[in-house]
Design a protein around this ligand. Structure first.
Ligand code: E4P
Length: 227
């Protein structure tokens, strides 16, 4: 599983980078606009936190392939090579993906709601395809089923594309796509934290400490006897 964080909030990124096995940070124009700072400044700040080796995904806003390609070049110039350019799977987006792949860009095809959109993006050269699980569920669709169909198609057609499941509103949705072998997920900071939360885990840890201190003394906060 490749874990990514879906935010541009620097404090949240710092925390997740410190605590979790984070492989990437994903953004979109809505996420960026919440930070109320310059676009490139935000991306550079994120890059400074996560370093060069962690993936950074940023989306283009143009609606023609030419505009998207210009924006992709701008992103690469400003942020460097390990930028994944997020391109929506419109007709112009697919055209842009084909052209950008020939120029060695890393691409995440986004705004995916059907398996056929994902398949065409994969065949066009997208490195990741990002289906929006919760947004599909919200319109009486089945987000997990769409993710499963995409995973199956990638196998059938032997593509190198990875599924980056996105748009989650709860941990159960993440669990359902994990069970079917999704390659990667991107979740907001709240869901990332919640994936570990369990009252019995906290209770158990506290009980261990309490039992330990009964025998080894109230100030004993470690199993290391020399301390
Ligand atoms: C990722 O590519 C999407 O931009 C993101 O996960 C959408 O999430 P939302 O549906 O919670 O806005």
């Amino acid at each position: 599983m490749i874990y990514m964080l879906d935010t541009a909030n620097l404090a949240a990124i710092k925390k997740a980078y410190d605590l979790y096995p984070l492989s990437g940070v994903t953004t979109n124009p809505t996420i960026i606009s919440k930070e109320n700072k310059g676009f490139i400044e935000i991306l550079q700040d994120i890059r400074n936190i996560i370093g060069e080796d962690i993936m950074l995904h940023a989306q283009v806003l143009g609606t023609t392939a030419e505009e998207m390609i210009e924006e992709a070049k701008y992103l690469k110039e400003k942020i460097g090579k390990n930028i994944y350019v997020k391109v929506p799977v419109t007709q112009q987006g697919i055209k842009a993906i084909k052209i950008l792949k020939k120029q060695d860009f890393k691409i995440t095809a986004t705004a995916i709601f059907t398996a056929q959109q994902a398949l065409m993006a994969g065949v066009s050269g997208a490195d990741f395809v990002a289906p929006y699980v919760n947004r599909i569920d919200n319109i009486s669709g089945n987000g997990v089923e769409v993710v499963k169909n995409i995973i199956d198609q990638i196998k059938v057609y032997n593509l190198d594309t990875k599924v980056l499941a996105a748009s989650f509103k709860n941990v159960q949705q993440v669990h359902e796509v994990s069970k079917i072998g999704v390659h990667s997920i991107t979740v907001n900071p709240e869901i990332m934290d919640k994936m570990l939360e369990h009252p019995l885990t906290d209770w158990s840890v506290n009980e261990f400490i309490k039992d330990w201190k009964k025998v080894y003394g109230q100030s004993s906060n470690t199993i290391i006897s020399e301390v």
